[in-house]
Design a protein around this ligand. Structure first.
Ligand SMILES: NS(=O)(=O)c1c(F)c(F)c(-n2cc(CC3CCCCC3)nn2)c(F)c1F
Ligand SMILES: [Zn+2]
Length: 263
């Protein structure tokens, strides 16, 4: 056909008002990880994270999720190793969750749904000079995904939970410092799956090396309930909509390989 890149009508979650047709579209996220089809790759190294809590700047409600943003103008908070060849800088982390504990994660493992999923977003500082630039490039981003399960209270998460009432509405921001995102990683970060995909929110660009942790973390029912007290809507809007089910529908694998760092 005349057009140079395939366009595919990706079935969008009603809330993502982003572009319906995504250029290319053969490496979209999220996906279901079929464990028995994942391929062990002995070349995959352990992840090396080095986060400086002092680079934590603010927490804000962007109308899709709440983002904890880090100062990414230096190499103070970085990710390397794993499947990555370059050094990536942490720019933000955020979560996706459901209206009940029965669902909420974006990725699934053999179709198993988790109540929520944490994403730590990093960009390739060896190749690009800004996050906004890296978002558009095929090896621009690396996102660590961690599944959340309901169980015992997560002490490290509580500081974050306590800040949420101050950012109930869309576009609200509060200063937030000295938060170490390493406390949200599972004890074992050597076991993960990795595949090439996309952002799961607009602009949905196919620039992400996904690193999905096999081991989940536990948070309490009450901590997760506070996530659901956030709103999609800004203070001015008449009808307030609670921020729940902020996950994208799963996308076709299109022949991609999912590699595992463990047998
Ligand atoms: N679920 S995900 O795939 O881990 C995920 C991500 F990887 C992201 F990068 C973002 N993201 C979106 C913007 C706006 C930028 C505004 C300027 C242009 C680029 C996007 N900032 N960070 C995001 F919101 C998200 F949910
Ligand atoms: Zn996300």
């Amino acid at each position: 056909t005349a057009c140079s890149s395939k366009f595919v009508l990706s079935q969008m979650h009603p809330m993502w008002q982003g572009p319906l047709a995504v250029p290319g579209g053969d490496r979209q996220s999220p996906i279901d990880i079929v464990v028995r089809k994942s391929i062990f790759d002995g070349e995959l190294k352990p992840l090396v994270t080095s986060y400086d809590p002092r680079t934590c700047q603010q927490i804000w409600n962007n109308g899709y999720s709440f983002l904890v943003e880090y100062d990414d103008t230096t190499d103070k908070s970085t990710l390397k190793g794993g499947p990555l060849k370059d050094k990536f800088r942490l720019c933000q982390f955020h979560f996706h969750w459901g209206e009940t504990n029965a669902w909420g994660s974006e990725h699934t493992v053999d179709r198993k749904l988790f109540p929520a999923e944490l994403h730590l977003v990093h960009w390739n500082a060896d190749k690009y000079s800004l996050f906004e630039e890296a978002v558009m490039e095929d090896n621009g981003l690396a996102v660590i995904g961690v599944f959340l399960k309901v169980g015992k209270r997560h002490e490290g998460l509580q500081k974050l939970v306590d800040a949420l009432p101050a950012i109930r509405h869309k576009d609200s921001v509060v200063e937030f410092n000295r938060f170490d995102p390493a406390c949200l990683l599972p004890t074992n970060t050597d076991n993960y799956w990795t595949y090439h995909g996309s952002l799961t929110t607009p602009p949905l660009t196919e620039s992400v090396t996904w690193i999905i942790m096999k081991q989940h973390i536990e948070v309490s029912h009450d901590q997760l309930a506070v996530f659901r007290s956030l709103l999609f809507t800004s203070a001015e809007e008449e009808v307030q909509k609670s921020m729940v089910n902020n996950f994208r529908v799963q996308q076709p694998l299109r022949g991609r390989a999912v590699r595992s760092s463990f047998i």
